[in-house]
Ligand binder design. Structure first.
Ligand code: ADP
Ligand code: K
Ligand code: ZN
Length: 428
């Protein structure tokens, strides 16, 4: 029924595993110069952990800690035991490096295989990975998992829609791993070339790596004629394969035998109430090369209360609402880009791309939203376009409480990035 029996373990069994693995993790982490000092300073040791809740007594780790320990300050093994390096894509500044031993790579691959299986992928599937294969973990990370599961795995890499299409057709690709913004772009390019993407052999997509709304998932599903499953991960926790949607498509199971997930109020750093949104904080439980203790992901989400009908016992997190660093403050109002996306993607006339431009006017941050409009609605009639523009602005106002400047642009005219979409651009 499951890829691993661990997926159905009782909460007690998971808790006991977490306690013993947390202790191991502290022992292992203390072998790195960074944690040797940090854990001693905090006065904690493996004996501090008697129950899963005792994790709250451990110090937090931040992205800045990773930067300060770069390149080897958090390495817990002699360097000859390392076999792989990845780096975060640096969406928010200087990159950080993650180091893996042979066991780390194997454990990651099996978590990834388990994740794909949960989303309905099977060894009979032909799997095309459209992630870039470089320092970014979405390439090799997903690849090793699909191979371990037994799929014929095609390392197509990013971009080059024509070649992607040829591979999909020639090898009857049934599953793709694709960033949601690129899925929408690829779908619309195919439609423009007179190809109906729904007729392709693909029946499932694994989408993730960037925040996206339920509305975007629906668009990907209807445009490409498939089921799309949300995939969450970050380089600091290996990469993809941290939390994954099952066939229920209602939240992502966090693999709690491999990670401890906490959701904290980002200001008080205390746990939020059950089901409340907060910052996801994660601890590795099996990592040798570079264990991380209570890493602040900056990603905002909540635990979905209750049990999943699929039978997996590992708790689910809701889709990522955004990063704590993404919050915009415009005219004193806090706004997340995903609030804007949710509104835009539910408007029939809106195409698939948009960008939020922030610029300074009279010492204040101002916002302009450029929105692609589908060809059939991008008409010559100025009055019709102005009415559409006003309607979009007012729908946005209902959600974000200020009236933004809205500019309508033609289909596929906004820049399409090769990797993660950049939704917010600062013009100063
Ligand atoms: P970077 O932090 O530089 O983008 P990573 O490649 O490690 O580098 O990206 C991890 C981040 O990507 C996560 O912390 C999260 O913000 C985002 N992310 C990954 N998967 C998802 C997803 N399914 N939904 C929303 N955001 C995601
Ligand atoms: K196979
Ligand atoms: Zn489930």
């Amino acid at each position: 029924m499951f890829y691993s029996p661990k997926e159905g373990w009782s909460q007690d069994a998971l808790g006991a595993t977490q306690v013993s693995r947390l202790r191991e993790t502290l022992k292992q982490a203390a072998k790195s110069p960074f944690y040797h000092a940090r854990l001693a300073e905090a006065g904690v040791s493996p004996e501090t952990i008697r129950s899963p809740e005792d994790i709250r007594r451990l110090p937090l780790t931040t992205k800045d800690d990773l930067r300060s320990a770069y390149p080897m300050g958090m390495c817990s093994v002699p360097s000859r035991e390392l076999i792989r390096l990845h780096a975060s894509s640096g969406t928010t500044g200087t990159p950080t490096a993650i180091l893996y031993t042979k066991n780390d790579i194997q454990n990651w691959a099996s978590l990834m295989a388990r994740s794909l299986y949960a989303a309905g992928v099977r060894p009979e599937d032909v799997f095309q990975n459209t992630s870039g294969y470089g320092l970014f973990t979405g390439g090799l990370g997903i690849h090793y998992g699909a191979e371990m599961l037994g799929c014929l795995t095609i390392p197509a890499g990013s971009g080059n829609t024509k070649r992607q299409l040829k591979l999909i057709r020639d090898f009857q690709v049934s599953v793709v791993h694709i960033i949601p913004s690129y899925a929408l772009y690829m779908g619309s390019v195919l439609v423009q070339e007179g190809i109906d993407p729904r007729e392709l052999p693909i029946s499932r997509a694994v989408i993730g790596a960037e925040p996206h709304t339920e509305a975007v998932r629906s668009k990907v599903e209807s445009l490409l004629g498939l089921k799309a499953f949300n995939s969450y991960g970050l380089s600091e926790m290996n990469g993809p394969g941290v939390a994954f949607e099952c066939e229920e498509q209602n939240g992502m199971h966090v693999w709690e035998d491999a990670f401890v997930a906490e959701i904290l109020n980002p200001e008080t750093l205390e746990p939020v109430d059950e089901g409340e949104i907060g910052e996801l904080v994660m601890t590795t439980l099996t990592r040798e090369g570079m264990p991380l203790v209570r890493y602040r992901t900056r990603d905002l989400t909540r635990f979905i209360p209750g049990r999943c009908p699929c039978g997996r016992t590992h708790r689910r997190i809701d889709r990522i609402k955004g990063r704590a660093d993404d919050m915009l403050i415009i005219k004193g109002v806090n706004i997340y880009p995903m609030q804007i996306e949710q509104v835009l993607m539910n408007i029939r006339e809106v195409g698939q791309n948009y960008v939020i431009e922030i610029f300074q006017d009279r010492e204040m941050d101002q916002m302009r939203i450029k929105v692609e409009i589908r060809d059939e609605y991008f008409v010559e009639d100025m009055r019709a376009l102005q009415a559409l523009q006003r309607r979009i602005a007012s729908l946005l106002r209902n959600e974000i409480l200020i009236t933004p400047k809205v500019e309508l642009v033609q289909h596929n005219s906004l820049p399409q990035t090769q990797g993660k979409a950049q939704r917010v651009v600062r013009l100063d």
